[in-house]
Design a protein around this ligand. Structure first.
Ligand code: GDP
Length: 691
């Protein structure tokens, strides 16, 4: 014996990983029999434990693929449901409960399911065997059973009793063999009786003479013969047999007692095969032989599967090797690469620009608030406000009022909380860039990685946030007291602020155009604006509060009109200020009271420059240094093999690719094993012949 069965079972376990179909090409012993024929008792006698679902109404609804693995050096006996991941179960009554639950989970309407339950039992007391227990045949459906049950069971059994499987046909001695459903079914697919073992149970229920004549029967000859058994657990074994105890001794003792009590009928001279021990040996022997005979066929079938997998790999995936690890590593590299590119393109100048733009807006706000107009936040106010342009006061450099006005304006910039503002701004920019990078990376389809990357970024940014904003705030402190401006700064400020105002003017005009379109044309807009202007000048009185409309215009139209008026007024202020800034007066920094726009721009510029210096050191460099390392930790070394696999499989395309690769690898592995088995087998065969 070369332990072929054991090796083939190992092979089948590998095949099982890549799918049920592949695993089925290895021969098993399929157990069939009518209900109550003693099928479960035989199986349990072979295993040595009661583990099958019992109960009068309990029928097996799913095939049980039972793999017995002999573990000669082990003490413990245990079962495992590989598909359920419950681990080792040493308590056989717990296995029984699980099987019962799995059976009951099949909806009654479906009767039976052909989705097999896989169960492996490891024990020093079992032979290496691969058995499939099928639902027992029923003669007539019970009242509470669906009428099609009988047929469904028969169909399910037919599916399994095909070659190369060995059929274990169970019949009870107290039923005429001619009426044995199991034998009838087996004869249909194995008419010459070449791969059927007949088991006659309940030998103790018929007269020994009759029992012996059943076993010696030549009417239904089977090449593999009949075995008579008494496989019921004797009642007297009582407590011991229930639960987890091994029942082999109890059964064989009882069985031996029966057969040896009738030496004339069952003694060695009769050459009849009796007893569970004999049955076990026969099963092992037959399966081993069947495995050997099917080696060629099985390896051909695996070869075929391998060819299909290889073809799929070539055609669909261009022979591109892939593993979950390599996929993750490549994705991570690509992501870090794109991050590096970003980091190179987003440095001090870019931070500066971003921050300055923000401060430019603040400058405009301050100007609008303190110089150009009272804030027109509530647009209904525009209806009763006087024309803002008419009374813009003219600055007087000698007047303290204008000094304080400029001081207050510049204070509102320096005390703006630039530390917080700048840090928030840049942190947000970094965070949203990371989001962008994720979106264009392979990680976009991986929620897990997306979260990990986002967390990595926000983790670092949050950690740096307070110290950075404090640093920045500290460093702009001097500007809160005094701001010195030199000529070149002034010139630069003048240029910049005029650009800003021009841009703002354009934005204003564009917005006005949009309102115009939404109102329905130039003319209509002019009419509405004209009305609002007249109300403002007090030439007409607004009906009601304007909420219900007025002057023949709807409320909605009036609202749009107010917006248009606001934009027009703002545009004219901006044009006016632009003119002022371009005027000769504003070329000289001593005229700062005339040109607050320029002065405030210079302030904003100084604040920006200082902030950028510290943001660069405290936030940017730190982020650029730590982020890739954090990524490595979160998505690289820090992940377990399982997590990596789960990650890769989040993407359906990758999961399929991985499946094909794995399938191919497994089949190659199995084929290699098969080849060496065949060589061994060939050698053994030759040795046998030589003897
Ligand atoms: P299954 O429905 O085919 O699985 O049959 P079971 O194994 O559950 O057996 C049906 C009944 O027959 C049970 O009450 C068993 O105790 C009993 N039985 C099974 N084998 C024997 C046997 O060899 N002798 C006797 N006397 N009873 C048996």
């Amino acid at each position: 014996m070369m332990m072929l069965t054991k090796k083939m079972i190992e092979i089948r376990n590998v095949l099982q990983v890549i799918g049920q179909q592949s695993a089925l090409i290895l021969p098993s012993i399929v157990v069939i029999g009518s209900q109550s024929s003693g099928k479960s008792s035989v199986l349990e006698a072979v295993v040595g434990h009661e583990f099958l679902p019992k109960g009068s109404n309990m029928i097996t609804r799913r095939p049980i693929e039972l793999t017995l693995v002999n573990t000669p050096d082990a003490q413990a006996e245990y079962g495992e449901f590989p598909a359920l991941g419950l681990g080792k179960i040493t308590d056989f009554s717990s296995i029984q409960r699980t099987l019962t639950e799995l059976n009951l989970a099949v909806p009654a309407a479906d009767c039976v399911s052909d989705d097999p339950i896989q169960l492996s039992i490891y024990s020093p007391n079992v032979p290496d065997l691969s058995l499939i227990d099928l639902p027992g045949y029923i003669q007539v459906s019970g009242l509470d059973q669906p009428p099609e049950l009988k047929q469904k069971i028969a169909d399910l059994c037919d599916k399994y009793i095909q070659p190369p499987n060995v059929i274990l046909a169970i019949s009870a001695a107290d039923v005429d063999l001619a009426n044995s459903t199991a034998l009838r079914a087996s004869r249909r697919v194995d008419p010459r009786g070449e791969r059927t073992i007949g088991v006659v149970t309940k030998m103790d229920l018929v007269e020994p003479v009759r029992g012996a004549s059943i076993l010696g029967d030549r009417k239904y000859p089977l090449r593999l013969g009949y075995v008579g058994v008494v496989s019921r657990v004797p009642q007297s074994s009582g407590l011991f047999s229930r639960g987890s105890g091994n029942i082999t001794t109890a059964i064989t003792k009882n069985e031996n007692a029966y057969f040896s009590a009738h030496p004339l009928e069952f003694g060695p001279e009769t050459e009849l095969a009796v007893g569970t021990t004999t049955l076990r040996k026969k099963l092992m022997h037959v399966l081993e032989q069947t495995m050997a005979a099917s080696l060629q066929g099985t390896s051909d079938a695996i070869h075929q599967e391998l060819e299909e997998a290889t073809y799929e790999f070539k055609v669909q995936y261009n022979d591109r090797p892939l593993s979950a690890e390599s996929y993750l590593a490549e994705s991570l590299d690509a992501f870090k690469h794109s991050f590096k590119e970003f980091a190179e393109s987003f440095g001090r100048p870019q931070v500066r620009e971003l921050l300055k733009e923000e401060l430019d807006q603040r400058v405009l706000d301050v100007l609008a608030q303190r110089y150009w107009n009272k804030p027109v936040t509530d647009l209904t106010l525009a209806l009763i406000e006087p024309d803002p342009l008419s009374d813009l006061p003219k600055a007087d450099p000698e007047n303290l009022y204008w000094h304080r006005k400029l001081d207050a304006s510049s204070s509102s910039l320096t005390k703006l909380g630039i530390g917080r503002l700048a840090t928030t701004n840049i942190a947000n920019a970094l965070q949203s860039e990371v989001e962008q990078l994720i979106n264009v990376s392979t990680f976009s389809t991986h929620p897990f990685a997306r979260q990990a990357i986002t967390d990595a970024a926000s983790g670092i940014l949050n950690e740096r946030f307070y110290s950075t904003s404090d640093q920045v705030e500290n460093c702009v402190k001097p500007y809160k007291y005094e701001i010195e401006v030199d000529d070149s700064e002034w010139a630069k400020g003048r240029q910049n602020v005029s650009d800003v105002l021009k841009k703002e003017l354009k934005a204003c005009e564009a917005a006005e155009k949009l309102v115009e379109t939404s109102i329905g044309g130039k003319k209509k807009m002019k009419d509405v604006m004209g009305y609002i202007d007249r109300v403002r000048k007090g030439e007409v009185v607004l009906e009601g509060d304007g909420i219900g409309g007025g002057g023949g215009f709807s409320a909605a139209l009036l609202a749009k009109g107010r917006e248009a008026v606001f934009l027009r007024d703002r545009a004219s202020i901006l044009s006016m200020r632009l003119l002022a800034i371009r005027s000769k007066q504003c070329t000289i920094k001593s005229n700062k009271y005339y040109c607050p726009e320029i002065f405030l721009d210079v302030v904003a510029d100084k604040l920006t420059a200082t902030a950028v210096l510290f943001l660069n050191v405290e936030l940017l460099s730190e982020f650029y240094y730590n982020f890739p390392r954090e990524l490595d930790l979160k998505l690289g070394r820090g992940l377990s093999g399982e997590e990596v696999e789960r990650f890769a499989r989040e993407d359906g395309r990758i999961a399929r690719h991985l499946d094909v690769v794995k399938r191919k690898e497994m089949l190659e592995l199995v084929l290699g094993k098969m080849e060496s088995l065949r060589m061994l087998e060939g050698r053994e065969g030759r040795r046998e012949e030589a003897k």
